[in-house]
Design a protein around this ligand. Structure first.
Ligand SMILES: NC(=O)c1ccc[n+]([C@@H]2O[C@H](COP(=O)([O-])OP(=O)(O)OC[C@H]3O[C@@H](n4cnc5c(N)ncnc54)[C@H](OP(=O)(O)O)[C@@H]3O)[C@@H](O)[C@H]2O)c1
Length: 272
């Protein structure tokens, strides 16, 4: 299937690392030119060099903090000028999990950290969407994909879970506002996903449990483990990217305002 992404122009926030970087790579492999966005300049520039070397597409590093409306608007204007327009926005610019000081119990939640978590993930996605929509409206074609997370569905995290739920709401609301201009908006829920930080996290848990990192992973994905999923292994960031790239494509008109779960089948609840 030709996804129709050749010659399209994309912005991926969080494109220097993790899920965002994997998405930028797969968009470029499908023929899109991509502006990748993050705060840390040297990592961003290294990622752009690596991805353009691998894919032969233009990968433009644009440093910006999504908590600043001014920086977001300048970044989008620059991306549009350098790429020649913006067709696709992927919002993945946020650290996973939320601040540890904002996760609960409620007595210990630091209000400022909770607000900052929402400022990055929810308002950050909103700021980026608001800045790209005029370009998408003009060309009457656009795709916005918000990378959220399945802790939206698991009560217990007052910050990470709540901000993820808010992104689902944003996606549906925006989809209804901009669908008439040829723009679709969707949300992707990754679960625990293999990224650059996974070896460090597995090593820390292995040390805590006094077992090897491979054993931690094997236990997590054993059939009876509550942390596991239907496919019995951790999903890789590239596999979240495949789902996202489809939603960004010209073949995805039928899906808007929706939530796609990319966990390899985690959990037992039936959603209908
Ligand atoms: N990995 C998982 O297991 C998992 C599971 C469920 C959901 N998710 C969600 O997926 C998204 C990406 O997670 P990830 O694992 O890919 O994270 P990651 O590897 O830590 O990468 C985060 C990216 O976002 C950038 N970023 C962070 N804050 C930013 C800001 N204020 N402005 C601009 N860029 C910013 C980071 O670069 P700088 O720090 O240089 O800015 C980096 O490029 C997050 O929303 C996360 O909650 C991840």
């Amino acid at each position: 299937m030709d996804l129709g992404l050749r010659g399209k122009h994309a912005i991926v926030t969080g494109g220097s690392l993790g899920i965002g970087k994997a998405i930028a790579r797969e968009l470029a492999r499908e023929g899109a030119d991509v502006a990748i966005v993050a705060r840390t300049k040297d990592r961003l520039e290294a990622a752009a060099k690596e991805l353009s070397g691998e894919t032969g597409r233009r990968i433009i590093p644009l440093a910006a903090d999504v908590t600043s409306r001014e920086q977001v608007e300048a970044m989008v204007a620059q991306a549009a000028t350098q790429l020649g327009g913006v067709h696709i926005l992927v919002n993945s610019g946020s650290a996973p999990g939320g601040s540890t000081t904002a996760t609960g119990p409620i007595e210990t939640v630091v209000d400022e950290d909770l607000l900052q978590d929402f400022n990055v993930k929810y308002v950050g996605a909103l700021r980026c969407a608001r800045a790209v929509i005029p370009y998408m409206k003009e060309q009457r074609w656009g795709r916005i994909i918000n990378i959220s997370g399945t802790n939206a569905r698991n009560a217990g995290n007052l910050s990470g879970g709540a901000r993820n739920t808010s992104l689902v709401h944003l996606s549906k609301t925006l989809a209804l506002q901009v669908g008439k201009y040829g723009i679709t908006v969707n949300c992707v829920h990754p679960g625990i996903t293999r990224t650059e930080r996974t070896p460090r996290l597995l090593a820390a848990r292995a040390k805590e449990l006094g077992i090897a990192p491979e054993e931690v992973e094997r236990r997590d994905y054993a059939e009876d483990s509550p942390r596991g999923n239907a496919i019995g292994r951790m999903v890789d960031a590239t596999e979240v990217a495949y789902v996202t790239v489809f939603l960004a494509s010209d073949k995805a008109w039928a899906v808007s305002g929706e939530l796609i779960v990319a966990t390899g089948g985690a959990g037992r609840a039936v959603y209908y």
